[in-house]
Design a protein around this ligand. Structure first.
Ligand SMILES: Nc1ncnc2c1ncn2[C@@H]1O[C@H](COP(=O)(O)OP(=O)(O)OP(=O)(O)O)[C@@H](O)[C@H]1O
Length: 669
């Protein structure tokens, strides 16, 4: 609590009066300490926040007993209005004896009466050693006991009250800005006439203006705070405290002394022009202005609006947009896999989803990059916001810039009236999925880089900057790093988007998924023959899951009963299968030798004869084809391994399988 020290000459009645007088204004909001000048000891320092003395002379004398002389205030005293009226009732030019305890205080009383505008009387200094009995009226400030007997009319002004100017000085020194104290002082001003003409009215006037301003500031729903150029908070309204969830009284504090780091961060913003920041679970729009006075910067003013409701409206609007097709339908449960690599990739992606950074998904065409992007979006904090997918490879180059960033009316021939919102703006608060980013022309890459860096877009033909809050997920099946080296992709953009990379393995690198996925794409469970399984497993699926889904559809359409055989497979799968086998055995033995051997086996099969190794050797000799017995043995082993022939122990020897027959047909025999 602030303390006020009063140094008097030990007149206890006066001491009590002054104490009561101070309480009239400050109530119990200050502590009062009383000192008697004569009792002050040299080594005893008065360390109150304000030290009041009664006369000028004391100001000098008290100096050596205080720790800081700037705290000393000389009390000016004045008279209550109702007491002064009695003086005004006296006729002009009348002699009036002024009585007080000594000459010094008598003169002081007279000068304050003059100061109050009592100029029509002839004040005479009381001197008990002179006969002044011709005077019939006396005036005294509370010392009526000293008034001589011959006086017929005593006007006792009572103890003089502390002048309102002194109270203003005390309040300024103590930095007290308290509503009750101000109210008390205004009432006091009405009762006690100030020595300093106009002070009462000016104080009243200023206070009223201040009150009005305070009411306006406090009525405002915008948070307002004024910070001096010494970094001290000078004004702060209630809304600001509510918006920033603060209970402490921060006026008078330095910004650096604010404990709450998040709040401090706001007041330390270097610049803010409609800056939208997230504060706890609220969205705030912040503007910072410099205050200049006479050309000099005197501080800063922050205007802070809570715009959570606007954001909500925006989000609701975004939700509506979702229903108009800008929606991510898939989530991680839709990514089916039995592959450990992909399972680990999904785990990684789930972690990535929770962050708000840019993601780059790489993988061959049809591996599920978009599925992954949608899942990330739906697992992220932006899940309820738009998901805008853009295929950079499918979009005509000439339209890409205007589609992505929007345009203003009349910015080019064919531009829509009223202009058009770009996809980035449409994706605001949500995610934009830039598929096939490797196909984006370099000039659009440059613009994209700026958008990512600034989180702002500028429509074509406009100078207005639009703030956006969009998460970018990019995807490509191209080797972007190689493209960077070939200068086909901007390296700075590459590093900007390659923050969280995810690679989705190709289907041929996760063969365990092939049959499982195929079954999952067929509505009714089908039984696959071993040959079909073999073909599907061997195929390298350049179109990945998308191709597998097509094959599943084909099978489902073609199959007549529950069992899927090679006849139910698309021809290119069968060709692929044979081509691969032909490639394999050709490399080992040469195609001609193989064909000779298979041909002979087929003939034996047709003749219903056993196709054992020695019969094959004999037939080769008859046909004058030179292949050693060792070679024939190896060829037979390879053909069996590739499921081109099957051989049972016993008389029959080798027999061509369906695949063997297909192979022979394929190579034209
Ligand atoms: N693991 C999976 N489980 C189930 N379906 C999948 C899986 N991966 C991909 N798909 C499906 O395969 C199809 C292709 O996936 P998607 O479009 O996500 O691939 P992409 O890599 O983005 O292709 P592109 O590079 O051609 O754009 C989609 O129908 C998708 O639902």
């Amino acid at each position: 609590m602030k303390t006020i020290g009063i140094v008097t000459d030990g007149v206890t009645k006066l001491e009590i009066f002054l104490n009561e007088n101070i309480r009239l204004i400050f109530g119990e909001k200050v502590k009062i300490n009383n000192y008697q000048f004569k009792n002050l000891e040299k080594n005893h320092l008065i360390d109150d926040d304000v030290i009041l003395v009664m006369i000028n002379d004391r100001v000098v004398k008290v100096k050596e007993y205080v720790d800081d002389t700037s705290k000393i205030i000389k009390i000016n005293r004045s008279i209550r209005q109702k007491d002064i009226y009695k003086l005004f009732a006296l006729p002009e030019g009348m002699d009036v004896l002024v009585v007080n305890d000594n000459e010094h205080t008598i003169i002081e009383t007279i000068s304050s009466l003059y100061g109050l505008g009592v100029n029509h009387l002839n004040f005479v200094l009381y001197n008990k050693n002179i006969d002044q009995s011709n005077i019939k009226v006396a005036v005294t400030p509370g010392e009526s006991n000293l008034v001589p007997n011959y006086i017929e009319n005593i006007i006792d002004l009572g103890h003089r009250y502390i002048d309102s100017s002194t109270f203003i000085q005390i309040m300024t020194k103590l930095k007290i800005e308290d509503k009750d104290v101000t109210k008390n002082l205004i009432k006091y001003c009405d009762e006690v006439i100030s020595l300093y003409s106009g002070i009462n009215n000016t104080y009243k006037h200023l206070t009223i203006i201040n009150e009005e301003l305070n009411s306006i500031i406090n009525l405002s729903q915008n948070g307002m705070i004024l910070i001096s150029n010494k970094n001290e908070i000078t004004i702060c309204n209630e809304s600001l405290k509510n918006i920033l969830d603060m209970d402490e009284y921060i006026v008078g504090m330095k910004v650096t002394d604010i404990d709450n780091v998040e709040v401090k961060k706001i007041f330390e913003l270097k610049e803010a022009e409609d800056e939208v920041v997230k504060f706890k679970n609220k969205y705030l729009n912040i503007n910072k202005y410099k205050i200049n006075s006479f050309g000099k910067n005197t501080g800063t003013y922050f205007c802070i609006q809570e715009i959570t409701h606007i954001k909500k409206l925006e989000q609701n609007l975004s939700k509506k947009l979702r229903y108009s097709g800008q929606i991510a339908r898939y989530n991680f449960d839709d990514i089916k896999t039995q592959s450990l690599i992909l399972e680990n990739t999904i785990k990684l992606a789930k972690r990535i989803a929770k962050s708000d950074h840019t993601v780059l998904i790489t993988g061959e065409s049809g591996t599920g990059k978009e599925l992954m992007a949608q899942s990330i979006h739906n697992e992220s904090l932006r899940a309820n916001q738009p998901f805008i997918a853009v295929n950079c490879a499918a979009m005509p180059e000439s339209l890409m810039e205007s589609e992505l960033f929007g345009y203003e009316e009349g910015s080019f021939t064919g531009a829509l009236r009223g202009g058009k919102k770009g996809l980035f703006e449409q994706a605001n608060n949500g995610t934009i999925f830039l598929d096939e980013i490797g196909d984006m022309p370099v000039y659009v890459q440059t613009k994209l880089l700026r958008v990512i860096q600034e989180q702002q877009v500028m429509r074509i033909g406009s100078n207005n900057i639009i703030n956006i809050d969009v998460r970018i997920i990019a995807a490509t099946n191209r080797d972007l790093f190689k493209m960077v080296k070939e200068e086909k992709f901007r390296s700075d953009l590459y590093y900007r988007i390659n923050v969280l990379p995810i690679n989705i393995p190709a289907l041929k690198d996760r063969k365990e998924d092939i049959l499982m996925l195929l079954q999952s794409f067929i509505p009714n469970k089908r039984e696959l023959s071993d040959e079909v399984k073999n073909i599907l497993n061997k195929y390298d699926w350049p179109g990945n899951i998308r191709e597998l889904r097509n094959v599943a559809l084909y099978i489902d359409t073609m199959v007549e009963n529950n069992k899927v055989t090679i006849e139910n497979l698309p021809y290119y799968l069968l060709n692929y299968d044979l081509d691969e086998d032909i490639k394999n055995i050709q490399m080992k033995f040469g195609l001609n030798k193989i064909i000779e051997v298979i041909d002979i086996i087929r003939d034996f099969n047709l003749e219903n004869k056993s196709a054992g190794r020695s019969s094959i050797m004999n037939r080769l000799k008859e046909k004058e084809v030179v292949i050693s017995e060792g070679e024939v043995r190896n060829i037979l082993a390879s053909l069996k391994e590739l499921d081109i022939i099957e051989s049972e122990a016993g008389r029959k020897g080798s027999e061509l399988t369906n695949k063997g027959i297909r192979l022979l047909n394929k190579i034209g025999r």
